[in-house]
Design a protein around this ligand. Sequence first.
Ligand code: C2O
Ligand code: CU
Length: 472
Amino acid sequence: MKISRRGFIQTAASLAVASLSPVTALAAPPRQKLLRASSVEQALRPGARLTNFWGFNGGVPGPVLRFRKGETVRLLLQNALAVDTAVHWHGIRVQNAMDGVPFVTQNPVRSGEQFAYEFVVPDSGTFWYHPHQSSFEQVPRGLYGALIVEEDRPIEVDREWVWVLSDVRVGDDGRQVEDFGRILDFANDGRLGNQVLLNGKAAGSGHSFEVRSGERIRLRLINAAAARIFQLELPGHEMKVIAFDGQAVEPHVVESLTLGPGMRVDLVLDCMQSPGSRHLLNDVNRRSAGPIAEIAYRNVRAVRQKPSSAPIRLAPNVLREPDLASATEHYIMFQGGMRGAPAIGIVDGKPAKTHELMEEHGLAWTMNFTARHEHALMHEPFLNLHVGEHVVLKMINETDFVHPMHLHGHFFRVIAVDGKQLPLQPWRDTVLMGPRQTVDVAFVADNPGEWMFHCHILDHAAGGMMGTIQVG
Ligand code: C2O
Ligand code: CU
């Protein structure tokens, strides 16, 4: 239904008289969007054989969901898969019941059933969505997409690109290799694909993006891979970071950009190379090195000779500033994995050694000496905080592995690494913790509920590196 403003006021007025509830009558109805999870067949390159995925709304990645800051959104998930699922809105500070975590905030959505999510998007920024059910399998099968919340006053750019990075493991026949859930992947670096994907297509030098010399581009990067850590470089261009995980930072140039699973970065690129030239964005991570995409300058006149002088600092979201002087400190110890010191952990109430964890329980990691299965998470938080508590989490990584640690429902400031204060203590929802590193983060626990805290290498999470933090 479309009604004119006058018509709306009249309708609202008559409703107000009828129901004596002008507030409800005047509130704008939330915009509903449909997300249908189903099998998808998609070619990784033009003309290539079809690869089998699971995807939202018939594609991989799913649709880019775009909202305005502060609006109420309604997302109807329809499960047309053969298995249970649920959708989590990574980085959105939703109310707990809408967080999409099966066995914690909702029941799994069964095959053929649906679930309506409704929440306010309080922060502008670059976010994403993905299932939180068997995510080590459902995410790499293709269930993920970008969720963008626009600023009230966006920065001025000529163009915006949303790049969802991921990977897939395919055989010679183009079909996915369906070897999910192997304990060897859980206990090592996680399951890597053999083909990097950019927006669902094969990444590489053949994946070309056209620009005009002089153009300013806002690039929203999302790492939706289950386990791959990207380290990106773009020679000949300044990568100006303006946001981490959707939250504004003081704009600064980086030579190299590390993006762990779950993480996002917003960049401003001033494309100042000459018309007709071509440049590669490379992943230089030693485990996966290769080009991701090509920036191809059109052979036409430059749109400007000097980079645009328009400001690129984003207006920050309102987040409660933790008071370090009064904050309570909590330690979180991480142990386990195939290499390094062995761990002993409690599983289902009984102690187990590393090999028992692996062989008898299919687990490989402990947090505070406990390893949990996804279905055993319900209401067994490993940390209890009260609402409004100022908190410093001191994370101690005793493993020989990198872990991108993610907290739901909140953002934290990354304040120190190995005891050294960081100059730029950025807000993040996911932080990379290097082997044997300690990382301190601080936040105000102001969102009540039971919130997931887990490694975003999804095989690690499934291997025990997940738990919940109860707020209130
Ligand atoms: Cu991106 Cu717990 O999730
Ligand atoms: Cu991990």
